[in-house]
Write a protein of this length. Structure first.
Length: 218
């Protein structure tokens, strides 16, 4: 029976979290919202609408959401040609593929942003499918992105591992019934990832690759 290794992308495989922090902070600032960067950082990993709601509250003027999201996309898009993959991220995906895992991406990115992330990874031959924000009604921490990723490749939750860098990832994976692995390269503390559901935590993709034989992805 096949087994699936499902990966978040931003902050897990590609070193983009702090780019998202700065560009969301600037989009919010331009719209007159004073939100500290540490608060923005803790919200990274949520889809755009959920991130805005998390930072500005449900009582905000929701008519401004689309403008904020568009401003963030425009600011972040300036980096598309130089997004940096984290060390050994592509090698990790290729090793897992070679070891018989079905590799799936589950990300809030879509369209040209997702294309830029995949170019940075340079591991398309190892990726069986991608579940993007265009494919689901609810993003993380809802389980739908992980569940959809597994549906795409026909693998049950008990045969899957989800790797992510945020508490939103861990909560989504836990709710989907998969084993969760955390990485610290997104900037979230180990204790927070473990509390949210991580069964194992590694520094980054390179650390996970080096520790593969003793990991949940063995």
């Amino acid at each position: 029976m096949e087994r699936a290794a499902v990966f978040d992308v931003d902050g897990t495989l590609v070193d983009t979290n702090h780019l998202h922090v700065v560009t969301w902070w600037e989009a919010l600032r331009q719209a007159g919202h004073r939100v500290p960067m540490h608060a923005v950082h803790r919200a990274i990993g949520l889809g755009s609408t959920d991130l805005i709601a998390h930072l500005l509250g449900e009582d905000r003027d929701k008519d401004g959401d689309a403008g904020l999201s568009d401003a963030h996309k425009a600011l972040y898009g300036q980096y598309f040609d130089r997004l940096p993959a984290l060390r050994d991220a592509g090698a990790l995906l290729k090793r897992l593929h070679g070891n018989g895992w079905t590799v799936v991406l589950a990300t809030s990115a879509s369209g040209t942003e997702l294309s830029a992330l995949r170019r940075a990874l340079d591991a398309d031959e190892a990726i069986a499918a991608t579940a993007s924000s265009d494919d689901v009604e609810q993003g993380k921490p809802a389980p739908e992105p992980v569940e959809h990723a597994l549906d795409l490749v026909g693998v049950p939750a008990e045969r899957a591992v989800f790797v992510g860098d945020s508490v939103w990832d861990m909560r989504a994976g836990r709710r989907a019934g998969v084993r969760c692995v955390g990485v610290l390269c997104g900037g979230i503390p180990r204790a927070d990832l473990e509390e949210a559901g991580a069964q194992a935590v590694y520094a980054d993709p390179a650390d996970l690759l080096a520790s593969l034989e003793d990991s949940p992805l063995a």
